[in-house]
Ligand binder design. Structure first.
Ligand SMILES: [Ca+2]
Ligand SMILES: [Ca+2]
Ligand SMILES: [Ca+2]
Length: 438
């Protein structure tokens, strides 16, 4: 069956003036073929021909080529005609190029959405290809959603040899599928400063049984510190770790049992991080070089989804993190919770209580010198501390200063801490103060 034959006739005559006789012979042979097989055998090679399109799996949003391939066996190819249908929800036709040798300039018609009619003809009988070769290349763009698929196949196709004989042709339809890649994802979270927290690493291997994963995650060491990477258990019960590069961790895990081959979303590991950044600091948890293999050790296409960590978010920019305001005042704009107010009347504003990590709604919770103790000729100073804070103690002979340091600094524990002044022997009067180090 030939399509566009009438339309193609002019093209044909233009290119090859001697084709009328060949066409006439082909016509006669076709008429005679059913009843006179001996004649058909004489004029038309018996070998079958194949015209084919490939089956392919491509990433979304990319352009890719689908070759139109003809195998005409021992018959020298004279001409081909094809109508190729394609799903417009999956692919968009971008361009059509010729194929090898004499088939370098196909005629085509793209007037029908989702179909392209194309044909080309061998312009010289001096080089008459036989066997398998590309006659054209279709370039498509993958526009479908991941996982979408459809046929790119022949509505019609015919092949003629150089004498104009119709070749019996087998059509091999193609298809295209938009890859549904595996996903490696790091969790995202907002955390209070100075706390430890966990961020999950999830691999979604779709419907492939997950055999192995590798991932490298980069982070900002000014914002988070890596404490550990823990395996998630199940088939992924151990993790191999490399932390040689600051701000970067590489780890991998392997499915230890083929009896338990998870598919879909699998939490494979978790990073244990500590928030070390200040108010409103943040770090991306960027993935690089993630690899996902199925249980047959075949690599899957991978999409990497980075995570992010924000420390001490202060949405209303009053220098007190929102979680802290919500913890003590129920909301960030509570009337008693403004930064400059001293809600519990302990002498410290709400903001200063945040900085000292004391409780702004409890007047017994505040930074205070609690007692002065005499130890022989030395003096011991006792004061309240909060965990994670750091304190400087100082003495002076006058409340107006100057103040003298008493190194070293004191790390807060959440309990009262004492500090000895060994230079107070024989001094009738001395003043002390405690300062918080920012
Ligand atoms: Ca705030
Ligand atoms: Ca207060
Ligand atoms: Ca208080």
């Amino acid at each position: 069956m030939k399509m566009n034959h009438r339309e193609h006739e002019g093209h044909e005559e233009e290119k090859r003036g001697s084709s009328t006789f060949a066409c006439f012979v082909a016509f006669v042979v076709k008429l005679l073929r059913p009843s006179v097989p001996a004649l058909a055998l004489l004029f038309s090679p018996a070998s079958g021909a194949t015209i084919s399109l490939p089956t392919t799996n491509v990433p979304g949003g990319t352009t890719f080529e689908m070759p139109l391939v003809v195998d005409c066996g021992t018959a020298p190819l004279g001409r081909y005609d094809a109508i190729i249908g394609y799903p417009t929800s999956v692919v968009r036709l971008v361009s059509i190029a010729g194929g090898a040798g004499e088939f370098g300039s196909p005629l085509f018609n793209t007037n029908t959405p989702g179909a392209v009619a194309l044909s080309d003809e061998n312009l010289t009988s001096l080089t008459s290809p036989t066997g398998t070769f590309r006659v054209a290349v279709l370039t498509f763009e993958s526009v479908g959603a991941p996982g979408s698929a459809g046929p790119v196949g022949f509505a019609l196709a015919s092949l003629l040899d150089v004498d104009g004989n119709d070749l019996p042709v087998a059509r091999v339809d193609g298809s295209v599928a938009i890859a549904d890649p595996a996903v490696v994802r790091v969790g995202s979270t907002n955390v209070p400063g100075e706390t430890s927290f966990e961020v999950p690493i999830v691999v979604d291997s779709r419907n492939y049984p997950l055999g192995r994963y590798e991932v490298e995650i980069a982070f900002d060491t000014n914002v988070v510190r890596l404490m550990d990477v823990l395996a998630a258990g199940g088939a992924f019960g151990s993790v191999i770790l490399n932390t040689n590069t600051p701000g970067r961790v590489m780890f991998s895990g392997e499915n230890m049992t083929s009896l338990d081959s998870p598919t879909g979303e699998v939490a494979v590991a978790k990073m244990v991080l500590q928030a070390v950044g200040g108010l409103n600091s943040g770090s991306l948890l960027t993935i690089g070089g993630a690899a996902v293999l199925d249980t047959g050790a075949s690599a899957l296409q991978v999409v990497e989804v980075a995570g992010q960590v924000y420390v001490d978010i202060d949405g209303d920019t009053d220098s007190m993190p929102d979680w802290w305001e919500e913890l003590y005042f129920g909301m960030t704009n509570a009337p008693g919770g403004f930064a400059g107010l001293d809600f519990d009347r302990d002498g410290w504003s709400n903001l200063k209580e945040y900085l000292a990590r004391t409780i702004p709604t409890d007047r017994n919770s505040a930074l205070r010198i609690t007692r002065i103790e005499k130890l022989g000729s030395d003096i011991r100073l006792w004061f309240t501390t909060s965990s994670g804070r750091r304190y400087v103690t100082e003495w002076s002979d006058s409340p107006a200063g100057p103040w003298n340091g008493m190194p070293p600094n004191v790390d807060g524990t959440g309990s009262e801490e004492g500090k000895i002044d060994g230079s107070a022997a024989g001094i009738p009067k001395r003043f002390y103060r405690v300062r918080l180090i920012p």
